[in-house]
Design a binder for this molecule. Structure first.
Ligand code: FUC
Length: 800
């Protein structure tokens, strides 16, 4: 077993358990299932790795149709006031107890207009091997790979006795995608570079070895521009209309950047023409050497990626990743562990690649990758589970930086969401419904089973409060999180309804996502509203502000229906009335929100038992994200084997050859949800205690993890042996009481700080509490009988 390494441990590209690569022995022919993704947040690309023809499909995250400028765009808000419409629905629900989604949509819905869709920027094509007229000899030793340790994609093969190689990476510093085409025999690199896209809205010109792709979307007039500089070493380079040709070079470098005139500002959502910024980015990167660009990229990427290491006892698989996935059994083979460790790391890789500090938009349903003009669900921001799931691993797996665009985006929804709250709901605060776009679509559409979900705003703010809990950063709470959380809470203070059945405050109309009838007081609605009110109140108390708001919120919480009920067959009820069916395997399990991501249900409690009954009835199937969520649920129920079984279900049934999650089709939330689920199996931090290795599955006999983050600003490493925790190390970023729970504490153990001093801690069952000092490291060791005798008194060196 490898010892736990430090948070800032070194990265090695050498084979070993740390070797994290997806690799294949043939080129990709399919975008969705085979091509390999690289990205730097704002820019993404997919590499195919063809031998005679290379295709690099690329994206810039703000390139969207729809919104202002698009005919009929209405932000989803009713065009004319509908006085009494909501009240009428409420009254019918009060009277009949339920109402069909179609009937509600007919009264409250509105056809979608100008919503738009995320757009591909198009493809770069390299027509290679011009010397052989595009037809190389049969290549040998072909390999295509994505190194997760470096965030570099590679293609290599030999033809005609020459070894050819290509490398691509997306650098966040400088905002460029860089490629290098090289060979081990001088003068053998020849290709033509050209661009294509499915829209007829641009011009492509070549000058000075630079392709410029420039235009405006006909739908909304959004301006876009990409530039690709070709730098040839040796040989010749010629511009030819809309293409650039290199002949007889030793190697060549490509530098791409792209942008649009999108701005995340209501109501116009337009800013500067992208020309100057794109030109500056490509000029600056082109002036540096390839090695220099790569070194800057690696330093930036590794600063994030290397913070966490997971060793499940995996070896380096001898088979390509598509075989590894097909051969996966979920059993005890070393290759099974290798795929699981790779899948965990891949979620972190994908998050870094699709969401960074300088992004205007968060990762969408496909992260930053899309090859289409009409992707599934517009590749938008669904906020009834999907966007939230994307960010579950951000703090847990030590990638706080990736959540910055999420905060920015949610904050940018406040202005349009306040108009929707006022005009449609007659409420203060702000709101967003089932799904949204980059242009403040906070209203509704009319797809009956997925159009009405005003709880989405409150749910979206859970992440902001949680960010504060992870970091303890009070300035962030005051300036960024609280105003947004408060607005989401105020909406509900105004829009809650008194249930005539029992006088409780309920959400009405209320709808458990994409499932059943409308009613009053659906479990998820109540759990979310309770949470946002509690978060807003806790934040206001902490910041000592808004006394009237505090009083109002406290009063509402007292009258609020809690949304937690155990039904006739022992299940956690999905609705306030006991309507649940034992045979219902719907993909959404929204009524378990209180278990995860919420923390209103503690493992072992009667509600946890009921959640177990509900989850068992839902089964192990359905879409990729649904399986990922179930993994998180089981981990929260402290059932590591069931959580692991869901991981196996996801890898077997909902994962593509390039390890992308599939709904189907490809949807990236499942990748992020699975990485979160694995993290939840290893570490949980709720109810004021840090629980280390809470749900270790039997399949993971021996291993280690380092660098995970717990709420309270604590970094955690752990090792385990023969299925039992062996050591736990915690590094608090703040001084104060620390409560640590682990099964190893229930047995013989010893706690030392990083000076080797024994720490005076109070034990209660499997929980230790002590006063921790910021910057110190504390390690709890499982003790053998012999070592116990040597235990020293508190405050003196343990090893004399
Ligand atoms: C939600 C889910 C669907 C899909 C869509 C993008 O509406 O119910 O399964 O994931 O988002």
């Amino acid at each position: 077993m490898r010892p736990a390494t430090s948070v800032h441990g070194h990265a090695s590209a050498a084979p070993g358990p740390d070797d994290l690569r997806l690799w294949y022995d043939r080129p990709a022919t399919d975008w969705e299932t085979q091509a390999l993704p690289i990205g730097n947040g704002p820019l993404g690309a997919k590499v195919f790795g063809g031998v005679a023809f290379e295709r690099i499909q690329f994206n810039e995250k703000t390139l969207w149709t729809g919104g202002p400028g698009s005919p009929g765009y209405d932000f989803g808000n009713w065009r004319r006031p509908r006085p009494g419409a909501v009240e009428e629905v409420r009254e019918r629900i009060d009277r009949d107890g339920r109402m069909a989604p179609e009937a509600v949509a007919a009264r409250l819905g509105l056809p979608k207009s100008g919503f738009g869709a995320y757009q591909t920027f198009g493809d770069l094509h390299l027509d290679l091997h011009l010397d052989q007229a595009g037809a190389p000899q049969v290549p040998s030793g072909y390999r295509r790979e994505l190194s997760l340790r470096e965030a570099v994609a590679r293609v290599g093969y030999s033809a005609d006795g020459v070894a050819h190689s290509r490398e691509y990476f997306a650098s966040n510093p400088g905002n460029v995608i860089v490629g290098r085409i090289s060979a081990d025999r001088p003068g053998t690199v020849s290709f033509t570079l050209r661009h294509s896209s499915p829209r007829d809205d641009k011009t492509v010109t070549a000058a000075g070895g630079r392709l410029t792709i420039r235009g405006a979307l006909s739908d909304n007039g959004m301006r876009f521009e990409a530039q690709v500089q070709v730098i040839a070493h040796g040989g010749t380079r010629t511009d030819d209309g809309d293409r650039v040709t290199v002949r007889g070079a030793d190697s060549a470098v490509l530098v791409l950047s792209a942008g649009t005139d999108y701005a995340d500002a209501h109501p116009a959502y337009r800013g500067e023409d992208p020309h100057a910024e794109v030109t500056a980015a490509v000029d600056a990167a082109s002036a540096r050497s390839y090695d220099d660009l790569k070194a800057v990229h690696l330093a930036d990427y590794r600063r994030l990626f290397d913070r966490v290491r997971l060793d499940l006892g995996q070896g380096v698989p001898a088979v390509p990743t598509d075989r590894l996935r097909r051969d996966y059994t979920g059993g005890s083979a070393a290759d099974d562990r290798a795929l699981e460790a790779l899948f965990f790391a891949y979620g972190r890789y994908l998050l870094i690649a699709s969401s960074r500090e300088n992004d205007l938009l968060p990762a969408n349903l496909q992260g930053v990758w899309n090859d289409s003009t009409s992707p599934p669900w517009s590749a938008d921001y669904h906020v009834n589970i999907n966007l939230q799931m994307n960010y579950w691993p951000a703090h847990q797996t030590n990638l706080a930086e990736t959540a910055v665009p999420y905060d920015r985006y949610i904050s940018a929804l406040v202005a349009p969401g306040a108009l929707t709250a006022r005009e449609m709901f007659g409420a203060r605060g702000w709101v967003v419904n089932n799904e949204t776009n980059p242009f403040g679509f906070t209203g509704v559409h009319d797809w009956a089973t997925a159009f009405w979900f005003p709880e989405a705003a409150a749910w979206a703010t859970r992440h902001l409060y949680d960010s504060y809990r992870f970091t303890g950063d009070e300035r962030y709470l005051r300036d960024t999180a609280y105003p947004v959380i408060k607005g989401a809470a105020e909406f509900w203070l105004d829009f809650l309804h008194t249930d005539p059945r029992d006088g409780k405050l309920v959400v009405s109309p209320s709808y458990s996502p994409e499932h059943g009838d409308f009613s009053a007081g659906t479990s998820m609605s109540q759990q979310i509203v309770r949470e946002v009110l509690a978060h807003a109140l806790a934040a206001a108390e902490r910041l000592d502000v808004d006394q009237d708001f505090q009083a109002e919120t406290r009063a509402a919480l007292e009258r609020l229906d809690p949304g937690l009920r155990v039904g006739s067959w022992g299940q956690l009820q999905e609705w306030k009335s006991d309507w649940d069916s034992r045979t219902d395997t719907h993909r959404h399990a929204s009524h378990l929100y209180a278990l995860h991501p919420g923390d209103q249900i503690a493992a072992g409690s009667p509600h946890a038992e009921a959640a177990t009954v509900s989850l068992t009835a839902r089964g192990d199937g359905r879409t990729g994200w649904s399986k990922a969520w179930k993994m998180n649920f089981w981990a929260r129920l402290l059932d590591g084997d069931r959580a692991h079984r869901m991981l196996a279900e996801q890898l077997n049934g909902s994962t593509l050859d390039n390890l992308w999650d599939t709904h189907p089709p490809f949807q990236i939330d499942g990748n992020f949800g699975a990485t979160s689920g694995i993290a939840e199996m290893l570490l949980q931090s709720r109810h004021d205690a840090i629980h280390v290795l809470p749900a270790l599955p039997g399949a993971w006999r021996t291993g280690s993890v380092s660098g995970l983050r717990a709420r309270g600003d604590v970094t955690v490493d752990a090792t385990w042996k023969d299925g039992a925790p062996d050591t736990v190390t915690v590094r608090p970023g703040r001084s104060g009481p620390l409560r640590l729970r682990s099964s190893l504490i229930a047995g013989r153990h010893r706690i030392l700080d990083d000076r080797g001093l024994q720490v005076g801690a109070r034990r209660d069952g499997d929980t230790l509490t002590w006063d921790a000092a910021a910057g110190r490291a504390y390690t709890i060791h499982r003790e053998t009988a012999a070592a116990v005798n040597a235990t020293a008194a508190p405050g003196v060196p343990a090893e004399a």
